[in-house]
Ligand binder design. Sequence first.
Ligand code: C5P
Length: 223
Amino acid sequence: TAAPVITVDGPSGAGKGTLSHMLAERLGWHFLDSGALYRVTGQACLIEGVSWGDEAAVAAVARHLEVSFSAADSGEILVAYKGCDISRDIRTEEGGRGASTVAAIPAVREALLQRQREFRRPPGLVADGRDMGTVVFPDAPLKLFLTASAGERARRRYDQLLAKGENVSLPRLLEDIEERDARDRSRPVAPLLPAEDAVVIDSTAIPVAEVFAMAMREVAAKG
Ligand code: C5P
């Protein structure tokens, strides 16, 4: 039988990454950052001189994506395209825009589907994304959907970027987040919606340690 999967879906900035890492670490399971695959696809297009609007060419880039993930000594996950480290480039706001633009192309999602499923290996997988529970791992025994208000998500993102030394404006970030949410929710393929059987957690007013405790109670309840 297939290895177990915990899917963690939700809008950007809701704390999915942090929660997923904590779950994977506590359980000793593998981790899939599916957003990184879309971000790498967007960045690879910039590198290859392919316009994000050229759907057929972007899909070809996604199909042949030479991407690799590795852990740095700091624990940070490094992302390489054709052997070159692009970890920083894909985490910028432009990287986010590129990811969300190419993610709206059905042929790109199709190209990345199998690649994502390959991360499912024993003893288990924690999969972070937008459609992990609805499309990629519909049979996952535990599906979490993590949300938070747009204002709170913008504030968290602002603090993260400031800490990385990026020059950002809070109103601009809020605008970006709302625009990206609207695009992710309204796209015809794999729109951002909780799976019918997902446990929805609103983290707006809840500290991350408590969100983690709630998630671990769900894990325990599943046996
Ligand atoms: O999670 P992250 O912010 O890195 O994702 C970047 C973008 O990639 C999202 O805004 C979304 O458009 C897209 N994405 C997606 N499906 C996923 C993960 C990410 O469409 N499973």
